[in-house]
Ligand binder design. Structure first.
Ligand SMILES: *Cc1c(COP(=O)(O)O)cnc(C)c1O
Length: 227
């Protein structure tokens, strides 16, 4: 198992490096977030031993049981929250995560600002954009985005570093990746979190600075994980 994870990781990193080169960038310009949701701590440990230090989880509670012991052993481990954040979990999220990728509404922005002020911890934040304007999906719509950036970054002074998107399943993701890039440039935001197992190379070619890859590293998930 550890062998498989190490081999898959090397493969994904290699593909990222090639995709980055295709777009005139370097491998280090795109950070791989290894999405370990639903996988047990021993699989995360196998990835750590293979040199991977950045991980993504979509549920605060699951991350809270899995990661503190690993962080104690691997102090350079960085953890990203890539799933929806409820305001009643903001305290735990700010304490545990190094990056919060799913800032998606004013109420959450206010709650994060209060908790960062209280705790003194300031995890980097991405604003999740619902580029496909899907009613059931989280994220700020493209029309709301400018006002939301004004609130979160300029008024509340949150450490907003970039934009994140999850394209609709039945559409060409490239259109959404290119669109997210345009939005970020317009707003002066440098980072783009986009691309999953099926399309991370396309995302890197279109400027992703962060890709979120789960199954291509850890294999299929047993439970149906919410996205
Ligand atoms: C689960 C998840 C991923 C990883 O998905 P894979 O297809 O397994 O690579 C990426 N981003 C988000 C937001 C997720 O929930």
């Amino acid at each position: 198992m550890a062998d498989n994870i190490s081999r898959s990781l090397a493969e994904v990193l290699n593909r990222i490096a090639h995709a980055a080169a295709d777009s005139g960038r370097q491998a280090k310009d795109a950070t791989l977030v290894a999405v370990s949701k639903t996988h047990a701590a021993d699989r995360v440990e196998a990835a750590l031993k293979a040199g991977q230090l950045v991980f993504g989880e979509n549920r605060v509670q699951e991350a809270e049981t899995k990661f503190p012991p690993l962080k104690a052993v691997w102090p350079d481990l960085k953890l990203h929250l890539i799933g929806p954040l409820q305001t009643n979990k903001v305290k735990e999220a700010v304490a545990l995560f190094d990056v919060i990728q799913t800032l998606d509404r004013p109420k959450l922005a206010h709650a994060l600002a209060r908790e960062m002020e209280r705790s003194g911890r300031r995890p980097d934040c991405f604003i999740q954009v619902n580029t496909g304007e899907e009613p059931q999906k989280a994220g700020v719509t493209p029309e709301e985005l400018e006002d939301f950036v004004a609130l979160a970054r300029d008024e509340l002074k949150l450490p907003i570093v970039g934009l994140m998107c999850i394209p609709p399943v039945n559409e060409n993701p490239s259109l959404h990746f290119a669109f997210l890039n345009t939005l970020a440039q317009r707003l002066g935001l440098e980072q783009l979190s986009m691309g999953m197992s099926a399309d991370y190379e396309q995302a890197v070619r279109l400027g992703a600075t962060v890709v979120r890859v789960g199954s291509a590293i850890f294999g299929r998930r047993e439970q149906a994980a919410r996205t």
